[in-house]
Ligand binder design. Structure first.
Ligand code: FES
Length: 157
């Protein structure tokens, strides 16, 4: 796959850059846009972003590898993140995580062979009031249960 933003995405990059005093400061949102566009942050994507923002490759690599929200390998079409931090653990988030893990035969950060689902055990998602929390791609599902998540996963195409 060729690594290049289309005209619309480049326009978005320029808008992001306009919000920040330096190109370096725009790195995280541009990496996020790159992940949404290319699916994950490969070394080629890191180089593309580095060129686009006139930054050293090592700086982009440092940020992309430090933050777990940037995927360093291809993940599933539906990336299922289950919070097992304190509030969610107390509300049985662990059981949801283990249930999804068993259901699809996935360990943390693994993807099903058909590329449909990937699973991640995550730390607090900042939505403790709705514990236990499951996030699929960018959608939050609060007050989840094994039953509600099962139903949801089975409804995804
Ligand atoms: S502990 Fe799960 S969202 Fe905060």
């Amino acid at each position: 796959m060729e690594i290049a933003f289309n005209a619309q995405e480049l326009e978005r990059v320029n808008k992001i850059k306009d919000h920040y005093p330096t190109e370096q400061a725009a790195l995280m949102p541009v990496l996020w846009l790159a992940q949404r566009t290319f699916g994950w942050i490969s070394p080629d994507v890191m180089q593309y972003v580095a060129d686009l923002l006139h930054l050293p490759f090592a700086q982009v690599e440092g940020v992309a590898t430090f933050y777990t929200m940037y995927f360093k390998k291809p993940m599933g079409k539906y990336h299922v993140q289950v919070c097992t931090n304190v509030s969610c653990m107390l509300m049985d988030g662990d059981s949801i995580y283990h249930h999804v893990s068993k259901k699809y035969g996935l360990k943390n950060m693994e993807t099903t062979s058909d590329g449909k689902f990937s699973l991640e055990e995550v730390e607090c998602m900042g939505a403790c009031g709705g514990a236990p929390v499951v996030v699929i791609n960018e959608d939050y599902y609060e007050l989840s249960s094994i039953e509600s998540i099962d139903k949801l996963l089975e409804s995804l195409n």
